[in-house]
Design a binder for this molecule. Structure first.
Ligand SMILES: [Zn+2]
Length: 435
């Protein structure tokens, strides 16, 4: 079986990768200097000209780009090619502020699809596979990115888009899908629906490629067991291209960054200092091959760790942990940093399904946090005493994990709204009072 999509690139020596990165970075800096007034101004403010960037060692000299810069430059202020040479846009949902619009030339799309193809082959995909793409299509990058990757691998591609679970399961059984690509929360929901309908023996899935939202190892095991598949993580963001910036191999231990296209750095989010391998910090990406929307040193707000340790799969590109949190998602409750993923870990460890909601509020100037969790049908009991004992058990476990008291409310099975895209896990009512 084919193990790599682009073997020479994916298993290149570190020296070779460094050489590609240096050469492409130098070229990219000149490209943005010549074509994007925003970059030229930023570089001039930092006292830089393109001559100051001679290799990847000089990357740290360049100023960062933030989501605020993207907002200020909306919609075309960062585009480095004439619009006549661009063939597509993709966009974020804009749920946390103004939406980001990214531009692509045909060449950009081609390289992006290569990245997604690498992820599919790493998950065991070949031209014998039937690949069901159940990410949203349209402006969202998930659907079209993996659709393109699936074509490149030669899989029979099912462009399902998200939603319509009945039809998803019907195509999955009738056409024998072997790979499914969607958000992990939708995968969990599909697994639940498949088991409810008793059609698990009719599905042929062997692998899933899940991304676009945070998920835990516990959730991975849950999905793997319920569907009888291997569940692979994929990472990306619209600003940088879309899914496929990095992807998991058979090791399932960190995602290989496609370093011939993206240079990854981890920085101290407070000082901007670049941190060594193994240290936790904010992930920063520089796009060195993109033509239309080549962000350099873009701060992702994702907190993670990089590792250059050798991987048994033979790929030599650096691995990143799945984001350990997002500075955007991080809740500060009673002065303590709380990540929704920590709460999810506790729930899944205690045997609860990943159907929960976190409600943060402020009562009498004091923060409160409540976790509403669905019971499984087996746990469901009319005995009030049993339920309060279960709630108390979760309160204790959450206190041990978070260091603060969180109220727990167990709710009846199927009462928390299911999502077909990104799950809404947190309702922060404190935001409503901000004016
Ligand atoms: Zn690997």
């Amino acid at each position: 079986m084919k193990r790599y999509y682009q073997e020479e690139i994916e298993t290149a020596s570190r020296e070779q990768i460094r050489e590609w990165q240096s050469e492409r970075l130098v070229k990219q800096v000149k490209h943005v200097w010549d074509n994007v007034p925003f970059y030229r101004k930023r570089m001039e403010e930092a006292g830089l000209t393109p001559d100051d960037i001679k290799s990847v060692d000089d990357l740290h000299k360049l100023p960062f780009i933030t989501k605020d810069d993207l907002r200020d430059c909306y919609p075309t202020g960062l585009v480095a090619k004439p619009l006549s040479e661009c063939v597509r846009i993709q966009s974020t949902s804009g749920t946390t502020g103004k939406r980001v619009v990214a531009f692509y030339t045909q060449h950009d799309i081609d390289l992006w699809e290569d990245c997604c193809a690498r992820a599919i082959v790493a998950a065991g995909g070949t031209n014998e596979d039937v690949c069901q793409v159940s990410y949203g299509y349209g402006l969202f990058t998930g659907g079209s990115g993996l659709n393109g990757g699936s074509h490149k691998v030669g899989c029979l591609t099912l462009p399902m888009s998200s939603g319509n679970t009945e039809r998803q399961i019907q195509f999955m059984t009738d056409l024998g899908s072997t790979i499914i690509c969607c958000t992990p929360s939708y995968a969990a929901y599909l697994a639940e629906s498949i088991n409810e309908r008793g059609v698990k023996d009719q599905i042929k899935l062997k692998a899933g490629i899940f991304g676009a939202e945070a998920w835990t190892e516990e959730m991975r095991h849950d999905i793997e067991n319920q569907l009888g598949i291997k569940a692979y993580d994929i990472y990306g963001l619209t600003e940088i291209s879309g899914p496929g910036v990095s992807f998991e191999c058979e090791e399932q231990n960190g995602m290989h960054v496609n370093e011939d296209h993206f240079i990854a750095e981890v920085i101290n989010p407070k000082t901007g200092e670049v941190l060594p391998d193994g240290e936790k910090g904010e992930l920063v990406f520089s796009c060195i091959t993109k033509e239309a929307f080549p962000l350099l040193r873009y701060r992702t707000r994702d907190i993670c760790i990089l590792s250059h340790e050798k991987c048994s799969c033979g790929r030599t590109h650096v691995r990143m942990t799945k984001p350990l949190g997002r500075s955007d998602d991080m809740l500060i409750v009673k002065g303590v940093n709380v990540f929704p993923s920590q709460i999810e870990t506790v729930l899944l460890n205690k045997g609860y399904p990943a159907n929960y909601q976190i409600i943060v509020d402020r009562v009498n100037n004091s923060d409160t946090i409540e976790v509403q969790v669905e019971m499984t049908a087996e746990m469901f009991s009319d005995n009030v005493g049993t339920i309060s004992a279960k709630e108390k058990d979760l309160v204790d476990a959450l206190k041990a994990m978070l260091g603060i008291y969180a109220k727990v409310k167990l709710v009846d099975p199927k009462t928390i709204t299911r999502s077909e895209g990104k799950a809404v896990r947190v309702i922060d009512k404190r935001n409503l009072y901000k004016g």
